[in-house]
Structures are given as structure tokens and as C-alpha cells.
Design a protein around this ligand. Structure first.
Ligand code: G3P
Length: 218
């Protein structure tokens, strides 16, 4: 499963990228608003693309097809690794088809149902982003949607990749893997939580304590 980092924070992106742990980045307008200050978002997008050698999702903010395509083309020109993110609306699906037809990869975002995921695949989306955490937030079962999409895409041979999004904790990541999501986009905090295990800490402490009884160094 590919790991994308769900952030526009360049410090966090460098940290994960230096560790060789991430395959790409996803951003959205809210994540950009958190870090932008007075900077032009396009500068931030370019900076991210130059750090990470992999797909970087950049989201349109227009809501009408023609404008979305126009923005999508501009975003795609920022860098060869740009993936244009469009919302799962009627106009978004049409813009997806237009952009994909001209060779621009598209991530269809804000997916909350299996029928929406079907339409994303029919529109030729490169990725579909089901938001599991936000479904859980309203007492739904977010992971159930990942399972359904995997079944449907496999049954009908759709090549759209399932990009599990709105990830809130390590269990979401574990379940995304076991249910066959192609990618999972993870906030930095959750990425580092994945590495933690109390038995690792306890085991390391014991190894070092025993080694120190030798009074020597490697
Ligand atoms: O990138 C989109 C998605 O991952 C948003 O997550 O936590 O705002 O629901 P969240």
C-alpha cells in the first residue's frame, strides 16, 4: 500500500521524506490555509513537489466544470507530479473526465458512498478518496466503504486507485491495508504513531541496560 502524507507542512514533509517513508502527498484548501500565511499557494505547491518524488494532489477551488478544468490545467503546469483534485460533484466528475482525457491525473475527493465511488471510476479518475474518518464522525462505518469499493472495483475491473483519506488513527491505516486500499493518506501525527509500540520501547531499554553491563562500545 502506498503511503501519502496528508499535509502541506513542508517541515513535516521533509521529515517523512528524509526517512524514505512516503510515496506522495495530498493537500486540500484547509491544509493550505493552515500553513500559507501571506504566501502564494502556488509557491507552496511547487516547494512540496520539489521535495517529494511522487504524486502530489493539488485541489481546485472552482465549483463549475469549465473553471475547474481551467484551474486544473494551471495546477498541473506547476509540476509533472501534480495530481489535480476535484470534488465528487456532477461538475467535478465532468471536469475529471476532461482532465484525464488530456493526460492529467485526477484524484476525486470527498467520496462518502459506494455509488459516488462508482461514478468516480466511470469518470476515469486516477484516484478516488473515500473520507473514512468523517463517516465515523457521524456514526457511520468508514472502513466499510473501503471494503465495498475494493469489491466493486475488483468485480468490474476498474483501475481507479482507492486512496483511503480522512485517517484519524493507526487502526484506520491497518484496516486500509487489510481491506486492500491502494493508498492511504496519513496526517504526520498518525504516521509517527505507526512506529510506536510499548514492547519495542521496553525491549530496547532492556537491551541497552544489558549491553551497558559490558562497559564497552561498538
Ligand atoms: O485530504 C483530505 C482528507 O484526508 C481530510 O481529512 O481529517 O480533514 O477529515 P480530515
Amino acid at each position: 500500500m502506498k503511503i501519502f502524507l496528508d499535509t502541506a507542512d513542508i517541515g513535516e514533509i521533509r521529515r517523512a521524506s528524509d526517512a524514505g517513508l512516503i510515496d506522495g502527498i495530498t493537500t486540500n484548501p484547509s491544509l493550505i490555509a493552515k500553513v500559507a500565511g501571506n504566501r502564494d499557494p502556488k509557491e507552496i505547491y511547487l516547494e512540496i513537489c520539489e521535495v517529494v518524488d511522487g504524486p502530489v494532489s493539488l485541489e481546485v477551488v472552482a465549483i463549475e466544470r469549465v473553471k475547474m478544468v481551467e484551474e486544473g490545467r494551471k495546477l498541473a503546469e506547476i509540476h509533472q507530479n501534480a495530481v489535480v483534485k476535484v470534488p465528487l460533484t456532477e461538475d467535478g466528475l465532468k471536469a475529471c473526465r476532461d482532465l484525464v482525457s488530456s493526460g492529467i491525473p485526477v484524484n476525486v475527493t470527498l467520496c462518502f458512498s459506494i455509488s459516488q465511488a462508482l461514478l468516480a471510476a466511470k469518470a476515469g479518475a486516477t484516484y478516488v478518496s473515500p473520507f473514512v474518518g468523517r463517516i465515523d464522525d457521524i456514526s457511520g462505518e468508514g472502513m466499510q466503504l473501503i471494503h465495498q469499493i475494493r469489491q466493486v472495483y475488483d468485480s468490474y475491473n476498474y483501475s481507479t486507485e482507492i486512496l483511503a483519506a480522512s485517517i484519524r488513527h493507526p487502526l484506520h491505516v491497518a484496516e486500509s491495508m487489510t481491506l486492500g486500499a491502494d493508498c492511504c493518506t496519513i496526517p504526520p501525527k498518525v504516521l509517527w504513531q505507526l512506529a510506536k509500540h510499548p514492547l519495542t520501547d521496553r525491549g530496547l531499554e532492556a537491551f541497552l541496560k544489558d549491553w551497558n553491563t559490558l562497559g564497552t562500545q561498538i
